[in-house]
Design a protein around this ligand. Structure first.
Ligand SMILES: Cc1cc2nc3c(=O)[nH]c(=O)nc-3n(C[C@H](O)[C@H](O)[C@H](O)COP(=O)(O)O)c2cc1C
Length: 191
């Protein structure tokens, strides 16, 4: 399986970064191909601009978006990994989706209404999220995020949802618990 991991964390020592390091090594050891796009490391510009819209209108794709779209075309399974910030994804991750999952690449409008036809139905999709709140306290936001992912990001583009994993209380749990979360993520992707 070809895994594309989109990671949004500015700190390589963070829980999210450590989890992705361990998970990607595990997937590669199992014979999968793994590519990681660390959005901070590559300095991804997350702002969908007027210039982007004019390029799209002229059937042109801005170069930085085209590069990321090639990675998506290569993949069979896309994993979004990020810490939850203010109940959702970090702005850089949201901006990646705004710009890379563009009309005619990720979806098309159908004649009859506002509902799209997903163009990324060849992909499986997963989300791995770290939260400050405990899983119980985070439950309502978690459900909201699942709906957003399933109905819009995955639903609209046709991506088949695979796993949505949430790991809670990260700033206060012990190293042992963090390790057990990482082991859990590896198990979830071992099926
Ligand atoms: C800007 C910011 C906003 C945050 N908002 C939330 C939030 O809405 N809900 C929550 O549970 N945790 C929130 N947190 C806590 C982070 O989710 C937590 O620190 C992170 O998951 C820890 O994992 P990491 O080591 O990968 O960063 C926020 C943290 C920051 C820096």
């Amino acid at each position: 399986m070809k895994y594309l991991i989109i990671l949004a964390h500015p700190n390589s020592a963070s829980f999210s970064s450590s989890l992705i390091k361990a998970l990607s090594e595990h997937l590669a050891n199992k014979g999968n191909e793994v590519k990681i796009r660390n959005l901070y490391e590559i300095g991804f510009n997350p702002v969908l601009s007027a210039d982007d819209f004019s390029s799209f209108a002229d059937n042109q794709t801005p170069k930085d978006i085209a590069i990321e779209q090639e990675y998506v075309k290569w993949a069979e399974h896309i994993i979004f990994a990020f810490p939850v910030w203010w109940g959702g994804m970090p702005a850089i991750m949201k901006g990646y989706i705004d710009r890379v999952f563009a009309e005619r690449f990720a979806y098309e409008y159908v004649d009859t209404g506002s509902n799209g036809d997903g163009l990324l139905s060849y992909l499986k999709g997963s989300m791995i999220c770290a939260t400050g709140l405990s899983s119980e306290d985070f439950e309502d936001s978690q459900n909201a995020m699942k709906v957003i992912a399933e109905k819009t990001i995955f639903g609209f583009t046709g991506i088949k949802p695979y796993k949505q994993l949430f790991y809670g209380s990260i700033p206060v749990v012990s190293d042992e618990t963090r390790k057990s979360y990482i082991e859990n993520a590896i198990r979830e992707f071992s099926e």
